[in-house]
Write a protein that binds this ligand. Sequence first.
Ligand code: GDP
Ligand code: MG
Length: 370
Amino acid sequence: MESITVSDLAKKMNLKASDLITKLMSLGVMVTINGQIDSDTATILAEEYKCKVNVVSLYDETVIETEKDNPEDLVTRNPIVTIMGHVDHGKTKTLDAIRSADVVSREAGGITQHIGAYQVTLPSGQQITFLDTPGHEAFSAMRERGASVTDIVVLVVSGVEGVMPQTREAIKQAKEAAAPIIVAVNKMDLPDASMERIQQQLSEFELIPESWGGSTIFAPISALTGSGINELLEVILLQAEMMELTTNPKCAAEGHVIEARIDPGRGIAATVLLSRGTLHVGDPFVAGIFYGKIRAMYNDKGQRIKEAYPAQPVEITGFSEGTPKAGDPFQVTKDEAMARQVASKRQELNKLEEAKNVKKISLANFMENL
Ligand code: GDP
Ligand code: MG
């Protein structure tokens, strides 16, 4: 819940803070000039003066202007894919199988780095970015922060076990995020696996195969043997092509934090996926409530890079303080002063937010307690 200090509210309403305090007292709320009142109380109070309260969030108050896209600057970008499905249906194994289909990491001697996302290059040279955090929690955490990073959801369903509670949950979440679903029917190496049964079960959820007149792609796979994985990657590319995913690589970089950690050698490191722009070493940035200046960047193979592009997973260092959260917005600013200023404003707003969770004074509460 949002809040405001009495003195700030008085300023906005063009009143004396002491008058507001008196008014609040008459409403049964005891508060000092620097005390916080929440948005419900502020709304009730404002109505007394025939004023209207507009509640704004942390990021609304600290909007960083972005450049408009020139249509001629738009280029096709790689699709970003999240793998979801019921526990033990083979999400991790599928991610592993896909990773080993990457021709670039094979060349690099199979060195892989867990940075929360990875990019697979197919023999054709086409690329797909996978979020390396299977499961619904990561997806929900991102969505809660308003980040819709995923273009396509690959729903892994065991051809043996069939549709289970987390399968249904994943379908719901993908639909809420308006992300198209590709169904990967896994464990097809087992004799009891049945593609038809899964298609039957999923038709209840409007996931209907093309052969039955629908438009959902079903890919039979075995994450264990690797069979069907290349075909799965092909249909992901086909789906991406239909979506015509484009971006502007020429503007200031912006995107989202996918994961952040404290690396013993490098300090605070965050994996970022850009939605637009090109990121360079030395760029000043804001990520959530923290700021910094890009000190070094690494790709998902652990190699140092100087530039990063939209949909390319990149790990950055150079935070001045604090570790951002998954789903936090990331944005390059015109200079470091601006980055610092935006971050400090957000921290201030964030502190108020946290303070309210500890001590919440509202007229409604107060009345209930009478
Ligand atoms: P997750 O919980 O969805 O990440 O599932 P995992 O990838 O950890 O797989 C769960 C279990 O199923 C493990 O024991 C895997 O070895 C097994 N498994 C995954 N994919 C296949 C497959 O294609 N065939 C067979 N036979 N077993 C599989
Ligand atoms: Mg797993």
